[in-house]
Ligand binder design. Structure first.
Ligand SMILES: Cc1cc2nc3c(=O)[nH]c(=O)nc-3n(C[C@H](O)[C@H](O)[C@H](O)COP(=O)(O)OP(=O)(O)OC[C@H]3O[C@@H](n4cnc5c(N)ncnc54)[C@H](O)[C@@H]3O)c2cc1C
Length: 464
């Protein structure tokens, strides 16, 4: 009989840490984890070697053991005020946030994470960056960053997979959960293509990749949600000499711009010094941009990349922000033959297409080799374009030369955590025994908070 105490849907950081902490507190519980992607050792993105995306189903960059964490840049945002990487602090309060952050960070350290935290020591250079930010009407969020690097993140999550196996947590790979089995407003199990699995409780940590699937199930089973924020924009790439000061002092800078014209919030996100721009695939056809960087000097490039994301909150009657984001991203794919579109900032400003010839002459060469030169003004709504231009010009005051013609914009980058599910303090939905965690529930937006969310969930549940 497929009967368990706890079913965990999705083996991303939120699911992994939920499993780890639950087993630590209640060693006798029978836990099943169901993951749509592959085990970590079988996750392999061919594009990393060949530069050609072969449309793996599901995408190995975002699916499989450790979810979007395996090939992430592995930046852990060590910010006691909970200002970076999600809204978890709003659910658990400041004191608990600090304690769980320390606890979760220590697990990463015990598994071999770098002990250095960037961006916390006061220095003349940090004062200078802060001053320049203020002068440019930008807000600098000062946050520590522990950088694992892509290869270390992969190694750490590999150790966690072995650890969960050793704890007798059953993990089924290559198996998307299709539906919830709900009786009398309580969940009693889940279905896959070929099976039904039953449990006293189910926790769902399906990340951004599964957010549309979860949203559809919310509608089907009347799971209460609220319309969240959608973050949409571009990934920027410039020569690392331009960002050298910020790269070396803060590793990444969280800078906020409340734009002059629309007063929209635009933020820098996921900063990758000497990194690579990458592509991630959703629903097997939608290509979005991302980025990462290696710790190993031999694997570093000459470019730095980061995202510029515009946060949009919609009001009644609109309630489909995920579809809105996907629609915009699909326009870029349409123009670029299914690939990612790249444009020089000089061309973007002048309203002309970047051609292969212009790109070849450019100072900065794209690290995403199969990106297609094109025109993002045919893709992005005016409001988002203007927000981006105003932010690039403001950033140029801190990062001198950033607004140069040769800086590259890749489109589109979007974050699908806008299906925000209403939950109790144990992350339980209005369906009894159904809990939701992480990015897919609209609670977190990064590795450390997703991991912490798993820890807090396990601690809040009473199994007695
Ligand atoms: C390239 C890249 C770089 C990043 N860099 C950073 C960084 O440096 N720092 C940082 O803090 N964050 C980074 N992130 C974001 C970070 O990876 C996520 O915030 C984090 O992994 C979210 O954890 P999660 O557990 O909520 O979901 P995920 O990690 O997305 O895991 C969800 C899992 O659920 C599985 N799933 C989905 N639907 C189903 C289903 N129906 N049935 C079964 N399984 C399902 C998916 O296959 C996936 O494995 C990066 C992301 C990417 C893609």
């Amino acid at each position: 009989m497929n009967q368990y105490d706890l079913i965990i849907v999705g083996a991303g950081p939120s699911g992994i840490f939920a499993a780890l902490e639950t087993k630590k507190m209640y060693p006798n519980l029978k836990i099943l984890m169901i993951e749509k992607g592959r085990s970590i050792e079988k996750r392999n993105c061919p594009k990393r070697k060949t530069n050609i995306c072969v449309d793996c189903t599901p995408c190995n960059i975002i699916s499989g053991f450790s979810g979007a964490g395996a090939f992430s840049d592995g930046k852990l945002s060590i910010n006691e005020h909970g200002e970076v990487g999600g809204d978890l602090i709003q659910y658990i309060g400041a004191d608990k946030y600090k304690e769980v952050l320390k606890y979760t960070d220590q697990i990463y350290l015990d598994l071999g994470a770098d002990t250095k935290i960037y961006g916390i020591e006061s220095s003349i250079e940090l004062d200078f960056i802060r001053k320049k930010a203020i002068q440019s009407n930008l807000k600098l969020i000062e946050s520590g960053v522990r950088h694992l690097g892509t290869e270390k993140a992969y190694e750490i999550y590999g150790k966690l997979q072995k650890h969960l196996n050793a704890l007798n947590i059953e993990i089924i790979f290559n198996t998307p959960v299709k539906d919830f089995i709900i009786e009398n407003n309580a969940i009693i199990g889940v279905t896959t293509d070929n099976n039904k699995y039953y449990a006293k409780k189910t926790v769902v940590g399906i990340g951004r990749d599964g957010s549309q699937w979860l949203k559809d199930l919310c509608e089907k089973h009347n799971i209460e949600t609220e319309v969240g924020i959608i973050d949409i924009g571009v990934r920027m790439e410039c020569d690392s000499s331009i960002t050298k000061l910020i790269d070396s002092i803060t590793y990444e800078s969280k800078l906020l711009n409340f734009t002059k014209t629309f007063d929209d919030k635009v933020r820098t996100f996921c900063w990758n010094p000497k990194g690579e721009v990458t592509e991630e695939r959703y629903d097997n056809h939608l290509s979005l941009v991302n980025g990462h960087s290696y710790k190993d000097n031999k694997l570093k490039t000459n470019n730095t990349n980061f995202a510029l994301l515009v946060s949009l909150k919609f009001t009644h009657p609109f309630k489909t922000p995920i579809e809105y984001g996907k629609h915009i991203a699909s326009l870029a794919n349409m123009l670029a033959g299914g690939k990612i579109l790249v444009q020089r900032y000089g061309d973007f400003k002048r309203g002309r297409r970047t051609t292969i010839e212009r790109l070849e002459k450019n100072n900065v060469q794209p690290t995403l080799k199969d990106a297609v030169p094109g025109d993002l003004s045919l893709v992005l709504p005016y409001r988002i374009m203007l927000d981006i231009v105003e932010t690039i010009e403001a950033l140029d005051n801190i990062i001198e030369g950033f607004a140069g013609d040769g800086t590259l914009l890749y489109g589109v980058e979007a974050k699908f955590y806008s299906n925000k599910i209403k939950v109790s303090d144990s992350f339980e939905t209005n369906i009894k025994n159904l809990h939701v965690l992480g990015d897919g529930a609209g609670i977190t937006r990064g590795l450390i908070q997703a991991s912490m969310n798993g820890v807090v969930f396990a601690r809040q549940i009473n199994w007695n």
